[in-house]
Design a protein around this ligand. Structure first.
Ligand code: ADP
Ligand code: MG
Length: 224
């Protein structure tokens, strides 16, 4: 397990994402192949198999459309979007990477809609979430929760990593600022930009024991 962790740390961001995706796609493919072979052999013609096969194909379909979402250029189309749906989508995408490092994900997100650009806010969640996973050197948990305060929606993502040294806090979000061997130093910059476009902001809270909480704040004037 330790070797896996070291290897995954050294992989590039794209490499890590690719490894996670390959893993998630391979399982449904393997099961599809098995069912097709059964059908081919005429062993079982039960319709129940067809439903399972459609489910497996849908899994693959979802993963690939996630990827297309990420590669989409930025637009400025804002619609009412479900907060738990956006969080769920991102957690599903990054779950394989978390599992590889034995990290549990605890979700406690309010069931409401907010006006935003779905793909951009998902990109923000991905950036913060990936950093949380990358910060954790040992098994543990990442908590994602949301609440309304004043007229703001706050989404908190807390990790159990080492925290951020005081002397580099002010550098976070500078383009290309990274402390990682294979980091791009672009994640927080893009995050800040997207939140500014939404008239929101990013706050960084150091946890008392250890770890960091990244708080995404969005104006909740348009929430339902
Ligand atoms: P990258 O992840 O490519 O390094 P980011 O802009 O996403 O670029 O992050 C910049 C830096 O901020 C990271 O290299 C790391 O030093 C620090 N950082 C971000 N998130 C965390 C976190 N959850 N815990 C500790 N450090 C973090
Ligand atoms: Mg990052």
């Amino acid at each position: 397990a330790e070797e896996l962790m070291i290897r995954s740390e050294k992989m590039s961001v794209a490499g890590q994402l690719a490894a996670g995706i390959a893993h998630e796609i391979r399982n449904p493919l393997t099961s599809l192949k098995g069912f097709l072979q059964l059908l081919q052999a005429g062993v079982n013609r039960e319709e129940a198999y067809h439903h399972i096969m459609v489910d497996e194909i849908e899994k693959i379909e979802n993963i690939t459309s996630e990827l297309l979402f990420i590669s989409k250029p930025m637009t400025d189309s804002q619609e009412m979007e479900s907060i738990p749906e956006m969080v769920d989508d991102v957690v599903t995408l990054l779950q394989p990477q978390a599992r590889l490092k034995k990290i549990d994900i605890e979700m406690n997100v309010i069931n409401q809609n907010i006006k935003c650009d779905r793909s951009q806010i998902k990109q923000v969640l991905i950036n913060i979430f990936k950093n949380a996973i990358e910060a954790m050197k040992e098994p543990g948990s990442i908590k994602i929760s949301s609440h309304l305060k004043w007229r703001e929606l706050r989404i908190d993502i807390s990790d159990e990593g080492p925290g951020i040294p005081e002397e580099i806090i002010h550098k976070l979000g500078e383009p290309f600022f990274t402390t990682k061997e294979n980091g791009t130093g672009l994640g927080l910059m893009i995050t800040r930009q997207i939140l500014e476009r939404h008239e929101g902001k990013l706050e960084i809270l150091q946890n008392e024991a250890s770890g960091t909480t990244f708080r995404l704040i969005l104006p909740a004037g348009d929430i339902e």
